[in-house]
Design a protein around this ligand. Structure first.
Ligand code: NAG
Ligand code: NAG
Ligand code: NAG
Ligand code: NAG
Length: 221
């Protein structure tokens, strides 16, 4: 009798502990983030409240709120919260990212074919996390700049900050996903004309904005 009473109490305590623990992790992971992935020529745009293991498409479809995106209806967007992209080739990455604005980005390469050297231009990138070659290598990250305000204030002050954000542009070399090498970044400040300073980039899209703004140009490789 004493034994069963003891196990009863132990079970109760354990259940209580697990209950608290589960509620705790539930509360912690409440914040939704965007996950975009491509699978068999369809692009899925998901809102996830939990972290999904890289390239686990089934789990993402199950756990996140996903919808299919038609490439023809896709527009360049600004991502105000964390964005994760799982990709297998640069063409989709280009559609999703080239000349968009993303503050906080994670890129996971889920393909097997090595990627060519191409440059993606990303506005306002603050923090990048990279997972290479189907997770064979540990995740790496680089912080390009950090804003003094916390995230919430950032969102509220979005309108004011917008102009300032525009001055940061990062060029990401897509071949960095191919093998093991340290993720590196190099920034050049006070660039008044990208065309003039980096003529080999030849991106007409970043050519003269009307004002006399200066850019911080970052290369990620
Ligand atoms: C993905 O969905 C988010 C909102 O959940 C939206 O802001 C974003 O523009 C979408 N991206 C694409 C490529 O459809
Ligand atoms: C991004 O856009 C520029 C200009 O249109 C283009 O030259 C470049 O190849 C694109 N990047 C990728 C990775 O496709
Ligand atoms: C950029 O320009 C500002 C003002 O013109 C100057 O104070 C700053 O030192 C410059 N930074 C670099 C890295 O040259
Ligand atoms: C460019 O700078 C000059 C003075 O340095 C200023 O008078 C002018 O308003 C600025 N132009 C824009 C578009 O910000």
């Amino acid at each position: 009798f004493t034994f069963s009473a003891l196990s009863f109490w132990l079970a109760l305590i354990l259940a209580g502990f697990l209950g608290i623990h589960i509620t705790g992790s539930f509360v912690r992971s409440q914040k939704n983030h965007t996950l975009i992935f491509t699978k068999e020529n369809t692009i899925r745009n998901c809102s996830c409240s939990v972290d999904i293991r890289d390239c686990d498409y089934c789990l993402a479809n199950l756990m996140c709120n996903c919808k299919t995106v038609l490439p023809s209806t896709m527009e360049k967007t600004t991502y105000k919260s964390h964005l994760t992209i799982w990709f297998t080739d640069t063409s989709v990455l280009e559609m999703l990212l080239n000349f968009t604005r993303v503050w906080d980005l994670k890129l996971s390469f889920c393909g097997t074919t090595p990627l060519p050297t191409e440059y993606l231009a990303i506005w306002g990138l603050q923090k990048l996390r990279v997972k290479k070659v189907k997770g064979l290598f540990p995740e790496q990250s680089v912080t390009i700049y950090s804003s003094s305000n916390n995230e919430k204030e950032n969102l509220l002050a979005m309108h004011n900050k917008d102009r300032q954000m525009l001055a940061h542009i990062s060029f990401l070399d897509t071949s960095l996903f191919n093998g093991y090498s340290l993720l590196k970044s190099y920034s050049v400040e006070n660039v008044s004309s990208i065309m003039e300073h980096f003529p080999s980039l030849l991106y007409s899209d970043v050519s003269p904005t009307s004002d006399n703004k200066s850019y911080v140009v970052t290369f990620i490789y």
